[in-house]
Design a protein around this ligand. Structure first.
Ligand SMILES: *Cc1c(COP(=O)(O)O)cnc(C)c1O
Length: 245
């Protein structure tokens, strides 16, 4: 996505922009600063689904003038699914939430925020995951968020360097998140390779659907992944090709 794409929507009376900052199906990482600048200039509410980018890529809410950031327990925090968080800017709260009389049963921010002041939630949350998230965030903060992101980046860059040796696989030329690497198969063998890796090597890479099913497999780097696992995956893919040639 470029500035040009955005300019087509300038001055059109649009009131908000929602972006999945890392498009998880393709690996593309969008330019949050560019989007934030556009939103400020045009007076748009800027909402970011950062679920698969949170803790994998740098994201400074103030720096990019974001109004809301959404993340979940089950991506880079590597916890069970079941808990999502929304971080709101003071501006989003004051201008769009406080005093609003929109009637919604589920996810009424005023309800949540009023309850927070007395240490409560409107409904029973996933208590076990909240406890795990508290512990996980504590341990991440101890080492520093930058260091957590740097670790993931190191594993991602190492993997991308090693995969370059494989002939039938390339990487897209758009900017990538550190969260995963999309492998583009020039010979349309993505689903065949996926099947062999799973059945014969016990390796489960993430397949794609639709048009990308034969073209793209994804390798995640968030969670407890190591450089040694990169070697294992690259060597298994190389073996699949060696056997068939
Ligand atoms: C994983 C993900 C979600 C959450 O989807 P689930 O169905 O809850 O797993 C939302 N947005 C993005 C960009 C994601 O990568």
């Amino acid at each position: 996505m470029t500035q040009e794409h955005l300019e087509a929507y300038a001055g059109k009376g649009i009131t908000g922009l929602l972006v999945n900052i890392h498009e998880t199906s393709t690996g593309q990482l969008y330019d949050a600063k560019m989007l934030g600048d556009f939103c400020r200039r045009e007076g748009l509410l800027f909402i970011i689904d950062a679920i698969s980018s949170f803790l994998a890529d740098p994201l400074d809410m103030t720096d990019i003038s974001a109004d809301a950031i959404i993340f979940s327990s089950h991506k880079a925090m590597a916890l069970n699914p079941g808990l999502s968080c929304v971080v709101l800017s003071p501006r989003a709260y004051e201008e769009r939430i406080l005093g609003s009389d929109i009637k919604v049963l589920y996810l009424d921010f005023n309800n949540h925020i009023n309850d927070m002041t007395r240490g409560q939630t409107p409904f029973t949350p996933a208590v076990d995951i909240a406890l795990c998230m508290n512990a996980m965030l504590g341990s991440i903060c101890e080492g520093g968020i930058e260091s957590k992101i740097a670790q993931t980046r190191e594993v991602a860059l190492d993997f991308r360097r090693k995969i370059e040796a494989l002939e039938n696989i390339s990487l897209p030329d758009f900017p990538l998140s550190n969260a995963l690497t999309p492998l583009v198969f020039s010979d349309d063998k993505a689903s065949i390779v996926h099947e062999i890796l799973y059945n014969e090597y016990g390796l489960m890479l993430t397949p794609n659907g639709g048009e990308l099913a034969k073209k793209v497999l994804r390798v995640g780097h968030i969670g407890n992944h190591t450089i040694a696992e990169n070697d294992e995956i690259v060597s298994a893919i190389a073996q699949v090709y060696d056997r068939s040639s």
